[in-house]
Design a binder for this molecule. Structure first.
Ligand code: BEZ
Length: 299
């Protein structure tokens, strides 16, 4: 049997990434995955890897539905896709409505599910901490506004988790019924058999640039200390032009940038800045107090 022509399975939207790229182009890039119906791939596994080296993925849902076949994940350093959406806090436009703010945009597989519920309670509890860091939380799932509202009311009225109860979720939860936002952000995995979004988290800076993203499976709740550490870390990197070593926490030493010329490197290793330690030319650390970190993240 001949595979369906690849052209017919390409989405028609214009995009710089609209050509097949094979697997190598996938990591940290906007990508578009060519797909064939799952049924066909199961019956003929050989179709998956074509002579050209292009890897076909099973299409999400109905292969005739071109809208479901793409996976565009914005990469690190790329502009976060714009969108408008209905939310539990009204209509929003991104990025216009959030000028000057950091954004944590996170998706979840569905309303009235236990892991998601526990996460919403943690996000809600930490709302003031994220506010203080100038960060807007934006949740998303592929579901109706009425369902989102009913779920948030249930959380407020019935659920207790880690001592948190009577919690009002004040950040917007996007009702992405058309999957418009989920598709722009690659939140639906290629090959997924449902429209449930995976647990992605995008950290977007005030210039609208994607600075970090994380992806968790449906059954593993996110670590909220780490979410906050990432936000504080990115703000510290920007405020002080430093890099942050493994397991960095506010108050730990940071990594000073290495020089870009022989002379600058000789100068830096010979006479490090006050308090700095250079172990070799490429690994110099220096103190950065918790107070300075707090000052650098104040909004
Ligand atoms: C949850 O949030 O509990 C969940 C969602 C989708 C699949 C499994 C668990």
């Amino acid at each position: 049997m001949r595979p369906a022509s690849s052209a017919s399975y390409w989405p028609s939207t214009s995009s710089s990434a609209s050509k097949p790229r094979g697997t190598a182009g996938r990591t940290f890039r906007s990508y578009r995955v060519p797909c064939l119906p799952q049924r066909l791939l199961l019956r003929h596994p050989g179709l998956r890897l074509r002579k050209s080296g292009i890897m076909f993925e099973p299409c999400v849902g109905n292969a005739k539905n071109m809208e479901n076949t793409t996976c565009n994940m914005p990469g690190l350093g790329e502009k976060a896709p714009e969108f408008e959406a209905e939310t539990t806090q009204g209509h929003i436009r991104f990025p216009q409505d959030f000028k000057g703010k950091w954004i944590i945009l996170f998706s979840h597989p569905g309303d009235f599910t236990p892991v998601c519920t526990s996460e919403f309670m943690l996000f809600g509890k930490m709302q003031e901490e994220f506010d203080a860091l100038g960060c807007q939380l934006l949740g998303l799932s592929v579901g109706a506004l009425t369902s989102h509202i009913a779920w948030l009311r249930s959380i407020r009225e019935k659920i207790e988790y880690k001592g948190i109860r009577n919690l009002d979720i004040r950040f917007p939860l996007i009702a992405d019924l058309t999957m418009d936002v989920a598709r722009r952000y690659g939140m639906i995995q290629p090959g997924a058999s449902t429209t449930a979004a995976v647990r992605t988290v995008f950290f977007i800076d005030p210039h609208g640039i994607v600075r970090t993203f994380l992806c968790y499976p449906a059954v593993l709740g996110r670590n909220f200390d780490e979410l906050k550490r990432i936000l504080v870390g990115l703000q510290t990197i920007d405020a002080y032009n430093v890099a942050l070593p493994a397991d960095w926490h506010p108050g730990d030493d940071v990594i000073a940038p290495s020089g870009s010329t022989m002379e600058a490197i000789d100068r830096r290793t010979g006479t490090p800045d006050e308090g700095a330690r250079c172990y070799d030319w490429y690994f110099c650390t220096k103190p950065l107090s918790e107070e300075k970190v707090t000052a650098g993240t104040k909004h």
